[in-house]
Design a protein. Sequence first.
Length: 126
Amino acid sequence: VLRSIIFQPLNMRACEFAHCHTYFIYKKKLDKCGKKLYIYNMKQRKLYNRINLLRQERKLSRKELAEKIGVNFQTVGYLEREEYNPSLDLAFRISECFGLPIELIFSPTPQPPLSEELMRWRNKEE
């Protein structure tokens, strides 16, 4: 997914932001007042997750989960549909809420069934 975003001037070529996106200067332009604005292209990495499955297992509504992790219930919907990547802080809050490691909830590749993943984790511990 590639999106363009406009920011006030920054004195760096590339920078990391809280939502795990990398921004690159695309072009400079001036606004109506003559201020310099920079247009950034944002390349977003898709993350797969098991939030919907874990929420339903625990019989939680989106609103209940949202209250536990401190976000709006609509954010939970965006996360479940994989339309939004969580910040690192939010990923940790979700992990703590479900009592599972982040790697079992989020992955940059499609995830195998949870039962296979749990067996792999058990074998690592032994």
